[in-house]
Ligand binder design. Structure first.
Ligand SMILES: Nc1nc2c(ncn2[C@@H]2O[C@H](COP(=O)(O)OP(=O)(O)OP(=O)(O)O)[C@@H](O)[C@H]2O)c(=O)[nH]1
Ligand SMILES: [Mg+2]
Length: 199
């Protein structure tokens, strides 16, 4: 499959709260995960556009709900959610972010699937598990990415991937586990394929 479809992606807006979001129509896939796991980098790798979503070495870069139109009709969107679990943000701010993410997840009718991203070196933190369980409860399809796979040997990366697949095997909701690297594009073609199936 070629990814020319994704290469016309456009940033359409940044929303500090879950109120006043773009119209709840068409289909959306939301990217979520702990701060610094590489959500914005994966989006850029998918769309082959390093400038699409802002990335940063400093965790907590994405502090709003960012919308991207993937096709020109706006019928298919990707949503880059703020990262969770960033310790250096005040408790109050963290809980406000959490609430905004939760409100978005609970109310958004066009949300078709969740792409949960983890750092392959630090899998399954409490917040990740919460999201996975939430997908199961809502019967929402999920793609789990083990990102920064370039930080491990191929052998170790496939060990972690297999073990993550085992952890999820009891889920009844449709799910996929893919080891990715936004840096060297490992797994990006597989991710494109799965998104295309789910959108
Ligand atoms: N080595 C390596 N570095 C990566 C990869 N993906 C992202 N990074 C780096 O990790 C840092 C964080 O990436 P972001 O894409 O900004 O992460 P994020 O999840 O959007 O972070 P927040 O917006 O803060 O939640 C940046 O320095 C990226 O260059 C990867 O696959 N491999
Ligand atoms: Mg980001």
């Amino acid at each position: 499959m070629n990814n020319t479809f994704f290469q016309n992606a456009k940033f359409t807006g940044s929303y500090p709260t879950s109120e006043d979001l773009p119209l709840d129509e068409g289909t959306e896939i939301a990217f979520c995960g702990r701060s610094n796991c590489g959500k914005s980098s994966i989006l850029n790798a998918l769309t082959n556009n390093k400038k699409l979503a802002k990335t940063s070495k400093t965790p907590g870069r994405t502090q709003a709900i960012n919308f991207f139109d993937i096709d020109s009709t706006g019928a298919f969107k990707i949503v880059d959610l703020p990262g969770y679990g960033y310790a250096k943000v005040s408790k109050k701010m963290r809980s406000e972010w959490g609430q905004e993410i939760e409100k978005y997840l609970m109310t958004r009718k066009s949300l078709n699937a969740l792409c949960i991203i983890m750092d392959i070196r630090h899998t399954f933190k409490e917040d990740d598990l919460k999201l996975i369980n939430w997908c199961e409860t809502k019967d929402l399809p999920m793609i789990l990415l083990l990102n920064k796979a370039d930080k491990l040997s191929n052998n170790k990366a496939s060990q972690v991937t297999n073990s993550a697949k085992k952890t999820l095997q009891k889920l009844s909701t449709k799910h996929h586990v893919i080891a990715t690297s936004a840096k060297n594009k490992t797994g990006i073609a597989a991710l494109l394929e799965k998104i295309n199936e789910l959108k």
